[in-house]
Design a protein around this ligand. Structure first.
Ligand code: ZN
Length: 154
């Protein structure tokens, strides 16, 4: 059985680049935010003018899980990473005990490799039914692992 991924107007540039052996990631023309999978609106500046950037293929996919550990439903759930900005989450409301997944992509830069690691601080927030803001925070370190050198012969 062959499973063919769904191609939509939103994802077509990704698949067209892949067909040519290139990796293209959606990039907001207003603020430079990278989004994968592609989104109709920028999660950082809410811009509606996405472009595409060809990238090296080296990077880090960040996945966050936001859990409502309280006893009331939270609305307007958001997540912000100090280095990546606003991160899109699958759900904007969380019942008590419920969780949602949020994802972001960071394309590795030379500065990341020189630094050896990246410390990320993620802050999640949501509002209770009476509008009170509740927040939570977590940190993670991503280690840069340089690829081994490619032998050159000839
Ligand atoms: Zn933007």
């Amino acid at each position: 059985m062959t499973v063919v991924p769904g191609m939509t107007e939103l994802t077509a540039p990704y698949w067209e680049a892949a067909r040519e052996g290139r990796l293209a990631i959606q990039e907001c023309r207003s603020c430079g935010q990278l989004s994968h999978p592609p989104l109709p609106a920028c999660p950082r500046c809410h811009g509606l003018d996405p472009g595409w950037r060809e990238v090296s293929g080296t990077g880090t996919v960040y996945t966050y899980t936001v859990v409502n550990t309280g006893d009331v439903t939270l609305h307007d759930v958001t997540l912000t990473d100090d280095r990546l900005g606003a991160v899109s989450c699958a759900a904007a409301s969380l019942a008590p005990g419920a969780a949602t997944t949020c994802r972001a992509v960071h394309i590795t830069t030379a500065a990341d490799v020189c630094a050896g690691s990246i410390l990320n601080i993620a802050a999640a927030g949501g509002r209770t039914p009476v509008g009170a803001l509740v927040t939570g925070r977590a940190e993670a370190i991503v280690w840069a692992v340089p690829l081994p050198p490619v032998p050159v012969t000839g």
